[in-house]
Design a protein around this ligand. Structure first.
Ligand code: ZN
Length: 434
């Protein structure tokens, strides 16, 4: 008797809870042409299912032309996953109608305001997941909300696709081009950033580092946007230079300071590695051992102990030491304000370096001579565009890639990069579910 009483109380409680749930949904996720009919637990009590039906007299909307059309038939019930609720998975159940659209001359499935085509998640849930996927890795997001990596991918894809379709390019003054390695075996992505003073964002991701892929950027942005670009910042990669000359002939093209420094560090590192192994072969004292970071780091970033070791090292008459001093001397270039003085310094540095008989450094000097005008553009642009912006964005891109995204494939990375760096607009939501 008592047991029966408890069961009745429980049933009444659940009944009231389900009614409350529909009231809550009507508050936060309401669509004029549809009504929430009833809510119930599934038999395993892990999920809540909420039946949705069209409001009486409301017409279905054709998913092709987005206009109301007369009904044709109804398909089998579909489940749309909604934001989980107090640990329960929540599904909306709805039988899609098909319309006989006179505009489209076809039988077309209706579009529903909470869904996006064939996707199984509701728009609200996709936006919810995508926002978390910007803070956590996709794997962590999937675990936190007891869903799968694939669904997080779907959510981000939905939000990014919407964002790219709705973003406003506006006036773009400055762009920076860079590439980033995403897998072993020379797999690169080309990234183009907007680096205006007030706005920095990822504009475009291209597969590979080829002329064709980079040309894709100019095509995607359109002549109108491209023709108004004032500054272009890039590294010395010849195909980039050529395409920029072709497409942005009016823009001031600036060679990226960060890349020049990076190239010089690479050259210095080659000299050091070569000399270290030569000294080892000749049985000389290993004075260059563990010197790599001493030499590559800027001296002001070294600790007291490291300073001491560096000073010690600099006493030796080594090719590595001479290359290091050339590299350090070069830093002075960035202190200049006038392009003319910077040019004089650059010429003098190249002259000295060409006499150094250190081939990797001479190679740098030759390349700097060849690109002299583009380097001096940095000073002509009055250093307004510190390419440090590009460097900063690229570091963020690397962090985005390092986070585990499951599969390091081009489509996944492209989405992840747009999602975290694109500053894309988001689809509107009827309610903030946080
Ligand atoms: Zn239609």
């Amino acid at each position: 008797m008592a047991a029966r009483f408890i069961l009745v109380v429980l049933a009444v409680t659940i009944f009231h809870f389900m009614l409350q749930l529909i009231t809550i949904l009507n508050q936060c996720h309401r669509f004029p042409g549809f009504v929430y009919q009833r809510a119930r637990f599934t038999s395993d009590h892990k999920s809540i299912e909420i039946a949705v039906r069209p409001r009486k007299g409301s017409k279905a909307v054709c998913s092709r032309c987005h206009q109301p059309a007369s009904g044709y038939d109804q398909l089998a019930e579909r489940r749309f996953e909604f934001i989980p609720f107090w640990g329960f998975l929540v599904f909306l159940l709805y039988s899609m109608r098909r319309v006989d659209c006179r505009r489209c001359h076809a039988i077309v499935v209706e579009e529903v305001p909470w869904g996006d085509g064939k996707r199984t998640l509701t728009k609200a849930y996709m936006l919810f997941l995508a926002r978390w996927a910007r803070r956590l890795s996709w794997k962590e997001t999937a675990e936190a909300f007891r869903t799968s990596w694939d669904k997080v991918f779907d959510a981000v894809e939905h939000v990014v696709t919407w964002g790219l379709e709705h973003r406003v390019l506006g006036q773009i003054d400055a762009i920076g081009v860079d590439e980033i390695q995403y897998a072993k075996g020379h797999k690169y992505l080309t990234l183009v950033y907007q680096i205006d003073l007030g706005v920095t964002r990822l504009l475009w991701v291209g597969k590979e580092r080829t002329i064709e892929s980079f040309q894709g950027f100019f095509t995607a942005m359109g002549k109108d946007v491209i023709s108004k670009i004032v500054f272009v910042c890039s590294d010395m990669w010849e195909p980039y230079l050529k395409l920029i000359r072709q497409n942005c002939s009016e823009a001031l093209h600036i060679l990226d300071r960060f890349h020049i420094v990076a190239n010089m560090n690479k050259a210095l590192d080659n000299v050091r590695a070569e000399e270290t192994s030569r000294m080892k072969r000749e049985g000389r004292a290993p004075v260059l051992r563990k010197s790599r970071w001493l030499l590559l780091r800027r001296s002001e970033n070294l600790g007291a102990d490291q300073h001491f070791r560096l000073r010690d090292l600099l006493r030796y008459n080594l090719r590595t030491v001479r290359a290091y001093l050339l590299k350090e001397a070069f830093q002075q270039l960035w202190e200049y304000n006038s392009p003319a003085w910077a040019g004089k310094f650059l010429d003098e540095w190249c002259r000295q370096t060409m006499r150094s008989r250190i081939e990797p450094m001479k190679k740098i000097a030759r390349s700097l001579r060849n690109h002299r005008e583009l380097i001096l553009n940095y000073f002509r642009a009055q250093k307004l565009l510190s390419s440090g912006v590009v460097e900063g964005l690229n570091n963020k891109a690397k962090v985005t890639m390092r986070k585990s995204y499951g599969f390091r494939t081009y489509p996944v990375l492209k989405l992840a990069l747009y999602h975290s760096l694109g500053k894309l607009p988001e689809p509107e939501s009827t309610h903030g579910f946080f």
